[in-house]
Design a protein around this ligand. Structure first.
Ligand code: ADE
Length: 240
């Protein structure tokens, strides 16, 4: 089993490459990939770390390269997201149980948000990996924050106004999609992993509320708490 640890930005993955032994770096498809061995207290794992860059296409390309070229058999995404659901606050952790592309609209040919050719709107994350991530998240945040699990949505947009966030949430909720958080990559990785039959899970630390101060909050948060959480939660996840 080879596990990929994938993030969009270097800040989101800070520290992971340094935690690997026997690290080898490879440049492929315009990106840097790091292969190594992670040695936990009980057992170890072969790990590949990669940075996708921002957005759905970049994320899908990176996920396909991880599977095709580096032979990964599991992908875990770690990064930050904007909180959209009620009670999802900055500093909380959201583990995705399902993903939806909020900017996908092939109507009237297909219902709004439906993935053409898939006959569905949401793609599920791997339940076993997601349960382990959620348990590790709960153990990590303790009483300082909340660890949520539910629907995360992705699109090629930074949601940075209260109005945009409210309309995103209201539109999805009216169609029965109770969204917790928004980001820009996860649904694309979920789709690639679905196509290849590779189990996928994702955890996102909430960096902002996708409102009028989102860009300022994002910039401040991504430097600090996100990477600290990501390291602890993923260590807990790999130990399980
Ligand atoms: N990632 C973190 N915050 C975000 C936001 N507000 N919109 C989209 N992606 C994000």
């Amino acid at each position: 089993m080879t596990i990929a640890i994938l993030s969009a930005l270097p800040e989101e993955q800070a520290g992971w490459v340094e935690m690997l032994q026997d690290v080898r770096g490879t440049r492929h498809a315009g990106r840097q990939f790091w292969q190594g061995r992670w040695q936990g207290t009980g057992h170890g794992h072969d790990v590949v770390c990669a940075l996708s860059g921002i957005g759905k296409v970049a994320a899908a390309t990176t996920a396909a390269a991880l599977i095709e070229r580096f032979g990964v058999t599991r992908i875990v995404f770690t990064g930050v997201a904007g909180g959209v659901g009620a009670g999802v606050q900055v500093g909380d952790v959201v583990v995705a149980s399902e993903y939806l592309q909020h900017d996908l609209d092939a109507s009237p040919l297909f219902p709004r948000w439906e993935l053409p050719g898939y006959g569905r709107t949401r793609l599920a994350c791997d339940p076993v990996m997601s349960a382990a991530l959620h348990a590790a998240s709960q153990a990590c945040v303790g009483s300082a924050a909340r660890a949520h699990q539910g629907l995360v949505v992705s699109g090629d947009q930074f949601v940075g106004t209260a109005q945009a966030s409210q309309s995103l949430r209201a539109g999805l909720e009216a169609a029965g999609h109770a969204v917790l958080a928004v980001e820009m990559e996860g649904a694309a990785v979920a789709q690639t992993c679905h196509d290849y039959g590779v189990p996928f899970a994702a955890m996102r630390t909430i960096s902002d509320r996708a409102d009028d101060s989102a860009s300022v909050d994002f910039a401040a948060f991504v430097q600090t708490v996100a990477s600290r959480y990501a390291q602890h939660i993923l260590t807990g996840f790999l130990e399980r």
